[in-house]
Design a protein around this ligand. Structure first.
Ligand code: ZN
Length: 247
């Protein structure tokens, strides 16, 4: 089935050299999900088209569907988010984790809400003093777009209103005293409140809590729970999240 060409919004999630002068570019598009494409001839000198095909750029692309790889014939820059990210290791690692997670979560088709969450996260990441919180906000919003966001206030099992003090991805998030499975994480109710702010897109309010807290315990616990929930549902570990753990 080969349709005609189409335009779409896109960000590059991954790319590698291909043949003599081409690049394979994996795109997260706004309306066609993850698209694997080839950009022909872009490694020749002075290809301005090729220089735009990098992470942290929002593009307007033209694609021709193909059997295995689409052909990427043009790309215009809509927004460049690299400034503030590429020279800062923590922001770079967090922004890379946004892109890697987006590719994994989006693999099954059109997802405008996910695409919009990616570009919002990249824009916010450029100036954030709390890149991990920006990442966690994205991860929670991405899980919500896929229908498996953790419950952060009510018990995920019996819906008893919180706040609760246990969390387990296997039951779907927060758990009350009656429902908590063995092996649940013991948690501060402030941590779930912080995650609730991040999930709702109230990132500035969450960053204010983190700035006031100092020690970093709440932010670290929120990140552990968010990643645990994500990886439980993806049934895999993501390499960019592992890089961040090693810091
Ligand atoms: Zn319960």
């Amino acid at each position: 089935m080969r349709g005609g060409s189409y335009r779409d919004g896109a960000v590059v999630v991954r790319s590698h050299d291909f043949g003599e002068a081409d690049r394979v570019v994996v795109l997260l598009t706004r309306s066609h999900g993850v698209v694997r494409s080839v950009a022909k001839g872009v490694r020749k000198a002075r290809s301005r088209f090729g220089s735009r095909l990098q992470p942290f750029v929002r593009l307007d692309v033209q694609l021709y569907p193909g059997r295995n790889l689409a052909t990427l014939t043009s790309a215009d820059t809509v927004a460049y988010y690299g400034a503030g990210i590429i020279e800062d290791f923590d922001r770079y690692a967090a922004a890379s984790a946004v892109l890697e997670t987006a590719e994994r979560v989006a693999a099954h088709g059109e997802d405008p809400a996910l695409f919009d969450a990616v570009v919002d996260a990249l824009a916010r990441m450029q100036v954030s003093a709390h890149p991990v919180a920006v990442l966690d906000a994205f991860l929670l919003q991405a899980m919500a777009t896929e229908g498996w966001a953790p419950s952060l206030f009510d018990c995920a099992s019996c819906q008893a209103p919180g706040p609760h003090h246990a969390f387990h991805p296997g039951v779907g998030g927060a758990a009350c005293l009656n429902c908590r499975p063995s092996g649940s994480a013991e948690i501060d109710e402030q941590t779930l409140h912080l995650m609730w702010l991040l999930a709702g897109g109230h990132v500035a309010a969450a960053e204010a809590i983190l700035a006031a807290e100092g020690g970093g315990h709440l932010g670290a616990q929120a990140h552990r729970l968010t990643v645990a929930h994500l990886q439980w549902h993806l049934e895999t570990t993501l390499s960019s999240l592992k890089v961040m753990e090693q810091r």
